[in-house]
Ligand binder design. Structure first.
Ligand code: CO
Length: 253
């Protein structure tokens, strides 16, 4: 059973350069930054409301993250669920025959972590994490809302995620899309691959902000490529390190 989306991992060419957008322009506060030797990365976690954004810069040329960057460029890399017991979760998944990358938890930036094979999660690299201590509550002007996953069958992928992780389904108004996660919190939206031009896996990130005007000013100052709609900004991937990013107006309760 997982209790939250802990973070979404984004591969970047340079942590320093990505800070200009994610820390300075969006104003996501830094939780911690460290080199994670066995993953061959220098990584940072930034607070974004109920979930976090993890930025990963490869520092070892033979690491998985370096290969990802060489092959696909910057962009969404993995999804991390929070659980109170990563060891127990891993044992249960192993018992169900789910392919794992890590047979046992190891230390990571988010606490004790383990990666599952994307083969068992419809092409998405999933990490499980049990934080060592409660994360500091940092206020952020832009908050995580939703990760969009493109798949052949939203019904089947949603069922896979419910079976593996016990994710609750969030009420949506029928239709082919399915939303899993926590009402009022972080969610996953499963959409059909034909809806998003044929690309499978994690395809977009939605965030919310209570006050759009200062955010738009900061994005303009940073020369971000974007479309400004009624109550929503769409930031082009070249300005957000490979991420299709939507930010909509939302008044926090
Ligand atoms: Co991670």
């Amino acid at each position: 059973m997982v209790t939250n989306i802990h973070h979404v991992g984004i591969v970047v060419r340079s942590l320093e350069a990505s800070y200009r957008f994610w820390r300075n322009t969006l104003r996501l506060p830094l939780v911690r930054e460290a080199e994670v030797k066995d993953q061959g990365v220098r990584a940072a976690l930034l607070a974004a409301g109920g979930s976090e954004i993890e930025l990963l810069e490869p520092v070892a040329p033979d690491s998985g993250v370096a290969r990802f960057l060489a092959k696909r460029g910057e962009g969404l890399h993995h999804l991390c669920f929070q659980t109170a017991d990563v060891g127990g979760e891993l044992a249960a998944l192993k018992g169900k025959g789910i392919p794992l990358i890590d047979a046992a938890p190891r230390p990571g930036l988010a606490g004790r972590i383990a990666f599952l094979s994307p083969k068992g999660c419809d092409g998405v690299l999933v990490e499980l994490a049990t934080p060592d201590a409660p994360e500091p509550k940092l206020d952020s002007p832009v908050r995580f809302k939703r990760l969009v996953i493109s798949c052949q069958s939203p019904q089947e992928t949603a069922k896979t995620y419910q079976d593996l992780f016990g994710l609750p389904e969030v009420e949506v108004n029928g239709g082919p899309r399915i939303m899993l996660g926590w009402a009022g919190g972080s969610t996953l939206l499963m959409v059909r691959v034909t809806e998003v031009g044929g690309m499978e896996g994690m395809v977009a990130l939605s965030m919310v902000a209570p006050d759009m005007a200062p955010l738009i000013r900061r994005l303009e100052t940073a020369n971000a490529a974007m479309l400004i709609g009624a109550g929503e900004i769409t930031i082009e991937p070249q300005s957000s390190h490979g991420v299709h990013l939507h930010i909509s107006r939302y008044h926090f309760p």
